[in-house]
Design a protein around this ligand. Structure first.
Ligand code: GLA
Length: 687
């Protein structure tokens, strides 16, 4: 893509989109004058708008000094250097002579991945500045005939729902004010021209790397200029910056695709795998009994489950909530991170050795940021929670939030985690956070409005420390399902938990929304017995459940203790199958062939990094009038190569076709009835 801006009176954006030759663009940076009634039309395209009482576009910076908010920045210089990871970085310096500060706009250009990241840094040279709003960037789009925006919204057990809406004149805002990323909105956007599809159309997209209060606004002005402004939410935001102090925004990543939403997703996935998510190994097939046993975990039952899990090929055995303190339900024990003596009389070691002896790794659930009032930790330190003096703090899921911005709390938690990980052979932490942050009261002289960000900084510090000190321990980001998934936390995470909704059909929708913006290599999906919030019969076909879950990182959450021998062997063969294709799913390129909302049949295809292999998962929700499925057209193959196509489970199905045949005529699908599925394995044979 090209992204062009320059100094035309002030720092203004000229263009973002299809590559163009920038050499002849300078003269296009003219100052438009509409009328004396609208003298400010050009300011619509300012690269970083400072509120000064004259620029009326949504501001990126608003501050006060001595009761005045007037800020006029001037271009003062630029430099290009190799920044983090040796990536080419452009740094623009703006200066405000009245207020004596420097504003740095930084652009990191991931050229071969076609992604740029922007952030801003404010260096205060003069007297104290009261910052009220400091956004990461404003991204100007070209003027579009019929602009639309795609974004994802959600709630518990219903995350990553895709929304498409026209971009109308005015300001549309998505945000979080709850101290955490989501799940109500996710900090990702795609603006597109009406008619864009999975394969076609121009899409301008971006993602914010921040796990706290954030805001992305899409502004379309009366002159049809569109800007996307993103960063930390200015709602309840405040920061005093003393002389010599600096403030840095989170990064805002953006790109452009002329290949529709599929093209956008593949660019984001490729970028995330190269620069954000840290996993160097494949996702292990895990077992977790949360949906089967809930809080009722104990060493004997877990050992029995471990036997079964190992026999079916599980690689990582995870004990979820309920293993510690007096945690028999969600109303007590949170905060007391020592194994419950009744459930684990010999500590965790006994189970861990047993699990390791069966050839599996061991992982465990924690929720360090929260505490039940009914816990030893809270009784000992009632002042460690966020609270407003004189106000009864709100409980949510019977818990409070610990003020981890306090050094003493942070160090306590790090100490607890260090000893848990040092004393036990734990190779995976599922880090949960099951409530929003409320009752933020000023504390130790720190204005409460600074604590929103302090919480996120403290969280990143703890995760960063764990990564450094325990590099062998993998981390999963979970927050009551998919409440904390963003490029900020994913820098430290190996995988994520998109939703507590493990219904294999509803998951197809969640997975579509998730993979629009995040890579399937970090998307954990479990095979379970029931939907967590309501019991449903039907939808029990084991292969359907497995294939839905194999579209990401596979986990098992069923009550495997009660499976029949026949079911157990089906589980084993699906797990084996997954292991043979997971490199394609986790590291390959994803093509969403048919979307679950558009027809009863949906399908996704993955192509390996080497281009030699591909897999297709197809799902039929329910057949009507005995209608046969339409032929399924594949994507991303080389048209003159021949491919061997095998339907999993039936070797006699082997057929050879040219890539062009598979992509333009398509494959017959013989799905029937309700909740049927197929897995196709495809190998390139050559030309
Ligand atoms: C959250 C998580 C679940 C499970 C429970 C435990 O809801 O999303 O996967 O860990 O907490 O209490």
């Amino acid at each position: 893509m090209s992204y062009i801006f320059g100094v035309g009176g002030y720092l203004q954006n000229l263009y973002w989109g299809e590559p163009v030759n920038a050499e002849d663009c300078a003269e296009l940076m003219e100052v438009n004058f509409h009328s004396s009634f609208d003298p400010d039309t050009n300011l619509d395209r300012e690269e970083f708008t400072c509120w000064n009482g004259r620029s009326f576009a949504e501001p990126c910076l608003k501050l006060q000094q001595g009761g005045e908010s007037v800020v006029f920045t001037e271009f003062a210089g630029w430099e290009i250097f190799n920044g983090q990871e040796g990536v080419q970085t452009l740094r623009i310096t703006l200066e405000d002579k009245i207020r004596e500060f420097q504003l740095i706009l930084e652009y990191v250009v991931y050229e071969e991945l076609d992604i740029i990241s922007r952030k801003a840094i404010l260096n205060n040279i003069g007297g104290p500045l009261m910052i009220e709003n400091f956004q990461s960037a404003a991204l100007s789009l070209p003027q579009l005939e019929r602009p639309f925006i795609r974004y994802v919204t959600g709630k518990w057990a219903g995350e990553f729902v895709i929304n498409d809406a026209p971009v109308n004149t005015g300001v549309f805002t998505m945000q979080s004010k709850r101290g955490m990323t989501g799940p109500h909105f996710n900090p990702s956007f795609a603006v597109y021209e009406e008619g864009a599809t999975e394969q076609n159309g121009n899409v301008w997209f971006g993602q914010l790397a921040y796990s706290g209060n954030w805001k992305i606004s899409v502004e379309k002005t009366i002159f049809d200029n569109i800007r996307v402004i993103g960063g930390m939410n200015d709602s309840d935001f405040f920061k005093t910056l003393g002389q010599g102090e600096s403030l840095e925004t989170p990064e805002f990543f953006f790109g452009f695709s002329n290949g529709g939403f599929g093209g956008m997703s593949r660019k984001l996935h490729r970028f995330q795998k190269a620069h954000i998510t840290t996993a160097s190994k494949p996702r292990r097939v895990l077992y977790n009994s949360w949906e089967a046993t809930a809080f009722d975990v104990n060493v004997k039952e877990q050992m029995k489950l471990a036997d079964k899990a190992a026999s079916m090929g599980v690689e990582l055995f995870v004990v979820d909530d309920g293993w510690f303190g007096e945690r028999h339900g969600d109303n007590a024990g949170l905060g007391d991170w020592t194994p419950n003596a009744g459930k684990f009389p010999n500590g965790l070691g006994e189970l861990i050795s047993y699990v390791n002896g069966l050839g599996m790794d061991f992982g465990i659930w924690v929720e360090p940021e929260a505490v039940n009032p009914d816990s030893c930790l809270f009784r000992a330190h009632p002042d460690w929670i966020y609270h407003i003096d004189g106000v009864e703090p709100m409980q949510s899921r019977n818990q409070y939030v610990l003020n981890i911005s306090l050094k003493v709390v942070r160090e306590y938690l790090l100490g607890m985690l260090r000893s848990l990980l040092a004393q036990n052979n734990i190779s995976f932490l599922k880090w949960d956070m099951n409530r929003m942050i409320t009752d933020l009261g000023s504390c130790d002289g720190v204005d409460h409005r600074e604590l929103w960000r302090a919480h996120v900084d403290a969280l990143y510090e703890i995760w960063g420390t764990l990564r450094r000190e325990f590099p062998q321990v993998e981390l999963e980001t979970c927050a009551g399902g998919g409440g904390r998934i963003d490029l900020g936390i994913l820098r430290y995470a190996d995988q994520s938990w998109p939703s507590d909704n493990t219904d294999p059909y509803e998951r197809l929708f969640i997975q579509e929304g998730f993979t629009n913006f995040y890579n399937p290599g970090i998307m954990m999906c479990w095979v379970t017995d029931t939907h967590p919030s309501y019991r449903r019969s039907g939808r029990r076909d084991i292969s359907y459940k497995f294939r839905s879950a194999m579209c990401g990182g596979l986990g098992i959450g069923s009550n495997i203790g009660s499976l029949t021998a026949e079911e157990l062997s089906l589980y084993s063969s699906h797990i084996d199958e997954y292991k043979s294709i997971r490199h394609i799913v986790q590291n390959g390129r994803l093509y969403r062939l048919l979307l679950p909302g558009n027809s009863p049949v949906s399908a996704v295809q993955y192509i390996s990094e080497s281009d030699e292999e591909s897999v297709v998962f197809a799902f039929l929700h329910s057949q009507k009038f005995g209608d046969p499925c339409k032929r399924l057209k594949l994507q991303g193959l080389s048209k003159n190569s021949r491919y061997l196509v095998r339907t999993a489970g039936s070797e006699e199905s082997d057929r050879v076709y040219y890539g062009s045949t598979l992509m333009h005529i398509g494959l017959p699908l013989s799905l029937k009835g309700d909740f049927d599925s197929a897995l196709l394995k495809i190998k390139k044979l050559g030309e």
